[in-house]
Structures are given as structure tokens and as C-alpha cells.
Design a protein around this ligand. Structure first.
Ligand code: NAP
Length: 259
């Protein structure tokens, strides 16, 4: 399917690895020029080079922490006119509801709520003026179904979800659509580190912890960054103009509900 976005420019945050990289690859496959971002310059440049070589699109790599004002300013400046924004950042650390201080919450809110909001505030006016734009926020299944050990993520992402619900409907009349993609378990470094955490907490091997987590997924496996990226690219396509303010769960059926 032609996604109809060849030649557009996208910022894909936190994209040297994992789900962000999956989104970047799929957008590049649709002919979109990219500004990629991550903190680690080496992995980021390697990803940028691999995408240039595979897809022949323009790729600019900005090594920066997207949760800082300076990092966001550098990424936005490199992009110039932004047609597509994919927000993403590392997830907060696991722990217990009783562990976290005000500082911990502020850090999680900064990374997983206020950073995507600041980026949207920066790019939405231009998109609305031009009459076209797409924003996809990578959030989490924890928005629909809380994950006990990820209380910081549950909290911050719920705040972002509320902001998007109201904002998406205010910018839609100008041809700008905002949606959230909610990953369930996907085979990335983040999932491997959470497997390790679960193994430690339960006193079992990492393999056993992973097998138990997979047993709770009807699809019988973790998702892949490629399939996640393909869904993201569709939401950024010309065909997605009537999908407004939705929370799309990619979890292999793990969330048990009829609707
Ligand atoms: P990942 O494989 O660990 O990749 C994270 C990427 O983000 C890396 O490129 C990393 O590069 C970059 N990054 C992290 N913090 C950053 C920052 N402050 N500024 C710029 N770049 C940053 O993680 P993932 O699995 O793709 O997860 C992506 C998001 O989805 C996370 O928020 C995660 O919590 C959420 N999520 C993932 C799953 C899953 O199963 N994978 C499930 C639910 C939710 P550097 O470290 O070099 O910066």
C-alpha cells in the first residue's frame, strides 16, 4: 500500500533502538526523511547510516536527551518544517508504589508526559497552518491496564493520554491527527531488562520469567519492532486522517476485554 507520505519530514524521538527504530525504519520505507534522536551517539549514527543505506532517504541524527529543553530544541531545529512527529523516550524504572519520592515522579512526568506535550506544542501550530500533520505518541499498555511495578509509567502516561484526548479534537479540524500507540510486550532491550527484573523479584531464571510473561499473551510471543513500526507508519499515512485521538493497543491480545 502506498502510504502517500513520500518526501515528508518526520522527527522520531528515542529511535536508535527498539520501538522508535521500528517506527523510523517503517517511515523511511514509505519515503519519509527523518530526524532521529537518542542519547548515545554511536548507536544512533549506526542506525542512521543503516536507514540511509536501506531506504535512500535523508536522515539527520541528533544525539541528545529528549527529556531536556536543550535536547528538544536541537532536534526541532534540525528538522525545520515537521510533518510527522513520533514521540518516545525511555520508560521509568520499576519499583513499589511506596518507593517513589516527588523527585521520582517529576522525572517520570518530564520524560513520559511533559516532553511529548512540549514537542506537540512546538510542532502543532505549523502543522495546523499547513493543513496537514500526524503525531503518534508511543505510550504503553499500562494506560489501559496498570502494571504494578511500573507505577511511575502508569501515572505519567495517563496524564499524556488525557492531554491527547482533548488536544487531538482541537487540532483535527486543521487536518492534524494525533493518536497514541500502546505497546504491550515487545522484544526490545527494555523488555529484556524487565524480564531480568521479574526473574530477580521471583527468584527464577530469566528464561522462566520470560516464559511466564509470554504465557499471558494470547499470541504466544512478544511483538516485534517491525510490526510496531508498520502500525505507526500507517497512523502517519494519508489513509489515517479519520483516526483521531485513539489509543491503539498492540499487545497480542493480552488485555482481556470485549471492547
Ligand atoms: P529500548 O529498546 O530500551 O530503546 C529505547 C530507545 O530510546 C533507545 O534508542 C535509547 O537510546 C532511546 N532513549 C532512551 N531514553 C532517551 C532519552 N532520554 N532521550 C533520547 N533517547 C532516549 O526501549 P523500547 O522497548 O523501544 O521502549 C520504548 C518506549 O516504549 C519506552 O518508553 C518503554 O517504556 C515503552 N514500552 C515498551 C514496551 C516493550 O515491551 N518494549 C512495553 C510497553 C511500553 P539511548 O539510551 O542511547 O538514549
Amino acid at each position: 500500500m502506498d502510504l502517500g507520505i513520500k518526501g515528508k519530514t518526520a522527527i522520531v524521538c528515542a529511535s536508535s533502538k527498539g520501538l522508535g527504530r521500528g517506527c523510523a525504519e517503517a517511515l523511511a520505507g514509505a519515503g519519509v526523511d527523518l530526524v532521529l534522536n537518542a542519547r548515545g551517539a554511536e548507536a544512533l549514527e549506526a542506525t542512521a547510516q543503516a536507514i540511509r543505506a536501506a531506504h535512500g532517504v535523508k536522515v539527520t541524527a541528533i544525539a541528545a536527551d529528549i527529556t531536556t529543553e536543550d535536547g528538544r530544541a536541537r532536534v526541532l531545529e534540525a528538522a525545520g518544517q515537521v510533518d510527522i512527529l513520533v514521540t518516545n523516550a525511555g520508560g521509568p524504572p520499576p519499583g513499589l508504589w511506596s518507593d517513589w519520592s516527588r523527585e521520582d515522579f517529576i522525572k517520570a512526568l518530564d520524560a513520559n508526559m511533559l516532553t511529548p506535550i512540549a514537542l506537540m506544542q512546538a510542532v502543532l501550530p505549523g502543522m495546523m497552518e499547513r493543513g496537514w500533520g500526524r503525531v503518534v505518541n508511543i505510550t504503553s499498555q499500562s494506560v489501559k491496564s496498570p502494571i504494578g511495578v511500573l507505577g511511575l509509567s502508569n501515572s505519567a502516561r495517563a496524564g499524556l493520554t488525557g492531554f491527547v484526548a482533548g488536544t487531538a479534537r482541537q487540532v483535527a479540524p486543521k487536518g492534524v491527527v494525533i493518536n497514541n500507540l500502546l505497546p504491550g510486550l515487545h522484544a526490545t532491550d527494555r523488555a529484556a531488562s524487565l524480564d531480568g527484573g521479574a526473574a530477580k523479584a521471583q527468584g527464577i531464571s530469566v528464561e522462566e520469567a520470560k516464559a511466564r510473561r509470554i504465557a499471558a499473551i494470547p499470541a504466544g510471543r512478544y511483538g516485534t519492532a517491525d510490526e510496531f513500526g508498520a502500525t505507526c507508519a500507517f497512523l502517519c499515512s494519508q489513509h489515517a486522517g479519520f483516526i483521531v485521538g485513539q489509543n491503539i493497543l498492540l499487545d497480542g491480545g493480552a488485555f482481556n476485554s470485549t471492547l
